[in-house]
Structure formats: structure tokens, C-alpha cells
Design a protein around this ligand. Structure first.
Ligand SMILES: [Zn+2]
Length: 384
């Protein structure tokens, strides 16, 4: 993305005009930076942010007082979700149930991290493991579909598992470890996920029925948010969250280990971000991450522009594992890489339904039942 002639780069972050739907204002600042500023105003940090979180914790405790747990925290063994367990339990005094979706491609470090942090904090763990052959078949289907969203089945399953844990124990709150200040806002059109999408790809390319992979069907999702009123909260939005400092803290306090990079706690996520996306689609997620660090003042723009020039690390052993588990030859895999690139628009999805129900989701956003990011990304039409 950095090569090319006459390329405009945002004067504040490192997004350039190859990023979909980017626009620049008269000062050369991109719309993603302006969106960041809006979020920054909406979610104050420091004392104000902490006060909000304490009040929220008090409300949650009152509401959940007759239940075993106050909150479900989704965990992956990564930095953000491990910190989230500490925050919920030790800082906010909540009774935490950790929920994990195991797509059978976890790294050993991630598994060990989940174990040591939950054990040391005395947190119960709810895990859903997908059948590994079923998952391999679905993953293979997404490679055949030739879309960027090959990790969508996992991403959506883990969101579903959070709701399943809530339903089982009568919990109304889910804490998610996302931070727009460190992870950034991925460009519109890069990624898409919904249950119908997964089903249609699997129907077209797969050989197995979806049985053990949890799916967020629109009917169950709406029931969980509208009837059961299960709310998703992103507490990191209210914190001055410095990832480097948090990593050191987790290692020193819980024996947690760094797994060597964002999304590297899971091997399909690693393959997606470090091979499939950059090599096949030219998407480099470091643009989002580094731009976020620049916007939040954790990095200078110069550092980000230097760092992005470095080759993205990739451990070729992961390819051998993929060949083996998916029953692929090297030539077969090369064939998948060479297929014409497609997108979710080439398959059946809920997208048009989400767009038609934009007004309805707006009401749900106002009632804090649906995240604003969902509304902005999924209910807006980007076809024109
Ligand atoms: Zn920008």
C-alpha cells in the first residue's frame, strides 16, 4: 500500500487513498481519524471514565444479585481479554464468568494464558469446543470461497458463545476487550460477518453440516438483545489503555506470556492476518493498529511510517499445518491463493436485511443494546 505514485496519505495517521471509502478534509485529515475523534469524545477516559465504570459495576451488581455471576468476559488468552478479567474482578469487584470459544487452532501459549489467569484470579471458565473436523471443513470452504473473511466463522462463534454463557447463567452483561484506541477502526468493506454468510459459503463449498459451530442467527440474536436484554460493554473505551504496560503487568502478576503479535494467540487468526490477507488481498491490518496508536498519541506518525515498511513476520510452519489439517497439497493451496478474489457480496448474507432495519437498529443503539460500531458498519449501504 505504501508504494505507488500520487498517493495521498492522511496528514495525521498512516491511512492512504488505497483504504476503501477514505476521504480527506481540507487539512488532509482522513474520515477515519475524524471518526476516532468522535469516539474519543463519546468515551472519556481518566477519572471520568473510571467513574462511569464504577457506576456501571454498581448497576450490574444490583441487577445480578440473585445470580451466580455478574458478568461474562470473553477470553482468548490475548492481552486485552486477559486484562479485562483483571479489571472486572479486581478493580470493579465483579463476579466474573470467563467464556471461551475453542476453534481447535489455539496456540499453546494462549491455552496456558487462559489457564493461569483464570486460576490465579479464581474465575470460572465456560468453554465451547467445536468439532475439529467440522471446523477444518468450514475453514476450507471459506478458502474456496476466496473471501477475506476466513476467520469469520470463529469470530461469530465466539460472539455467540458469550451469549450462550449469559443464557445459561442468567447474566445480562458481556465485557468485550476491544479498544478503538489501540486496535483502530478497520476500513469499511474489508471484513464482514453474519450467520447467513457462513451457512451459504458452507452449503456451496463444504462437505459437512454445521452442527457444533455456534452461529449467531438473527432470530436468536434479536431475542438475546431485545427480550433478554443482554448488553455488550467495551470497558477499555473508558480507560487510558497502554498495551505495552498492560503486557508487563500481566506477565509480572499472573505469569501470562506474550505470544508475539496481535491475533497470534490463535493459528487460523495468525494465518489470516499474516498470510491470507496481505498476500491475497493486499490488506495489512497493521495499518489499522499503527494508525490507532498514532491517533491515541502512543506512537509518532514517523515511527508508524517506519514500522509499516518492515516485512510482516510469518512462520511458514503454519502452512504445513494447514495443508495437513485440510488435506491440501502445496499445489492445491496455490490454486486457492490464485482464485479470483471475492467478497461477502458474492454470497447470501443478512446485509440487505440489516440495511432495511437500519431505523430499528438505531433504536437499539440508543438503548445501548447494540454497539454503535455494528450500526455504522452493518446497516449502512456501501454499494453506491
Ligand atoms: Zn487519518
Amino acid at each position: 500500500m505504501i508504494e505507488g505514485v500520487n498517493k495521498q496519505i492522511c496528514s495525521r495517521c498512516i491511512y492512504d487513498d488505497t483504504i476503501p471509502y477514505i476521504t480527506f478534509n481540507h487539512e488532509g485529515v482522513c474520515n477515519y481519524c475524524l471518526q476516532y475523534d468522535e469516539l474519543n469524545l463519546m468515551y472519556p477516559t481518566g477519572e471520568k471514565g473510571m467513574e462511569y465504570l464504577r457506576q456501571l459495576a454498581a448497576t450490574i451488581k444490583e441487577e445480578q444479585k440473585n445470580k451466580k455471576y455478574d458478568v461474562v468476559v470473553g477470553v482468548s488468552g490475548g492481552t486485552d481479554s486477559s486484562y479485562m478479567m483483571y479489571l472486572a474482578k479486581e478493580v470493579l469487584g465483579l463476579r466474573v464468568l470467563a467464556a471461551h470459544f475453542d476453534n481447535t487452532w489455539n496456540s499453546k501459549t494462549a491455552v496456558e494464558n487462559i489457564r493461569c489467569v483464570t486460576e490465579k484470579l479464581g474465575i470460572d471458565l465456560y468453554t465451547h469446543v467445536v468439532d475439529n473436523e467440522e471446523y477444518s471443513d468450514i475453514f476450507h470452504s471459506f478458502l474456496k470461497a476466496s473471501v477475506p473473511d476466513i476467520d469469520t466463522p470463529s469470530d461469530l462463534a465466539l460472539a455467540t458463545v458469550h451469549y450462550m454463557a449469559c443464557r445459561k447463567f442468567g447474566v445480562k452483561y458481556i465485557f468485550e476487550g476491544h479498544s478503538f484506541r489501540t486496535e483502530g477502526i478497520s476500513p469499511h468493506g474489508w471484513f464482514y460477518m453474519d450467520a447467513k454468510y457462513i451457512e451459504s459459503v458452507q452449503k456451496k463449498f463444504g462437505s459437512k453440516k454445521i452442527k457444533s459451530l455456534p452461529s449467531l442467527w438473527m432470530s436468536s440474536w434479536l431475542k438475546w438483545i431485545v427480550v433478554d436484554k443482554i448488553k455488550k460493554i467495551r470497558p477499555l473505551y473508558y480507560l487510558d489503555y497502554n498495551k505495552e504496560a498492560v503486557k508487563d503487568f500481566l506477565t509480572a502478576t499472573y505469569g501470562w506470556q506474550y505470544y508475539g503479535g496481535h491475533h497470534m494467540e490463535n493459528r487460523t487468526a495468525y494465518f489470516t492476518n499474516n498470510y491470507w490477507l496481505p498476500k491475497k488481498f493486499g490488506y495489512d491490518l497493521r495499518y489499522c493498529e499503527f494508525s490507532a496508536l498514532v491517533r491515541s498519541g502512543q506512537w509518532t506518525r514517523e515511527t508508524a511510517l517506519e514500522e509499516i515498511k518492515k516485512e510482516k513476520p510469518f512462520d511458514p510452519q503454519i502452512l504445513q499445518e494447514i495443508y495437513k489439517r485440510l488435506g491440501l497439497t502445496e499445489a492445491g493451496f496455490a490454486g486457492l491463493m490464485a482464485l479470483p478474489n471475492k467478497s461477502y457480496r458474492d454470497y447470501k448474507t443478512y446485509k440487505k436485511t440489516f440495511e432495511r432495519l437500519r431505523w430499528f437498529f438505531y433504536i437499539l443503539v440508543k438503548a445501548n443494546l447494540v454497539p454503535l460500531s455494528f450500526y455504522l458498519k452493518y446497516t449502512k449501504s456501501y454499494d453506491q
